[in-house]
Design a protein around this ligand. Sequence first.
Ligand SMILES: [Fe+2]
Length: 382
Amino acid sequence: MDFLFKTAGNILFGAGKLQKLGHLVGEMGGSVMLVTGRTALKKTGLLDKILADFKGRGLKSTVFDAVPPEPTLGVVEDGVMLAKSSNADVIAAVGGGSVLDVGKAVAALAPSGITPRDFFYGTPIPGNGLPFVAVPTTAGTGSEVTAVSVLIDDGKAHAKVGTRSPYMFPDLAIIDPVLMLTAPPDVTANSGMDALCQAIEAYVSRGASLVTDVLAADAAQRMILALPNAYADGGNLAHRENMALGSLMGGMAFANARLGLVHGMAHPVGVRTGLPHGLICGLLLPAVIRFNAPVCGEKYARLAWESGLAPRDSSVEEAAEALAAQADRLNNIMSLSSRKKELRVPKEAWPAVVEQVLISGSTKSNPRYVTPDDVLGILGEL
Ligand SMILES: [Fe+2]
């Protein structure tokens, strides 16, 4: 047996742990750039609280709050410029997956002299960037423990890619489920289905190891049970804590095991439809489970048996189908299914989509070999 396992430098988990942010950032530098979204953190008053805490500790702070839900290379470029002009020596990102993705790219690129565009098209980052702290407010993309930043080139190429660099692992992840209590139901549903997909895809991935299996299986089972509860009762800390743990452990797994066909398809479909990543993942998941079941049915079945979706004496085929049916059920009860029509990509774009799906690293990690006709088949089902 051999494997390499990488994750964030330190992981701090628990209700109320955000209070440690100022102290821990202060140990890394004296000038912090806080990366966040356009509105959420301001509405809850959290941004002011964090900045007041930084000030009280004698930290100089600059806010970069221009991160949209689907960030482009231009956004990263703006962030790098601000990090340089404000002489930031530590970057802290507080927000959803897109905020963390922009934060880690800015931190890695700012001292490198490499442009976001060159990085996007394959120029490697040569060494350590600025220290980077990730604080997720959703559960989630798992971005707080991965070296992936999903970015969009909105120019002629019109591509959405999960860029990677070993220098983009966060130095510190602070996961505080209290921050997730105020996430609205659609955000809980979309980010929750993303997290569940990631755990399931990591579990059956070609790159899975014993360590990623333990993390991914617990994450998937935990979220299968917790997600409908967190959606129905968002103010319940126990449900949010389970989702935060599931998202974290799924992220730790897929950062090493990689993903599968759901994620291979989600980016090319996302860049053409503009739909939220998690919504696309959720809607693709049942079809991909059914497609993969002939080659990894036993692992799917184990998830179904362990989370009580199928009786222990059911066959592998029956239990794997119960997992796919549960994904359908979650999409229905959280109202994702009603948006399925919006997922349709115009037929003239299908050849380009197929090409992008097949070169994706996620697709290459899918347990079942994927042909162009397989992708067309799933696109046709939408
Ligand atoms: Fe994802």
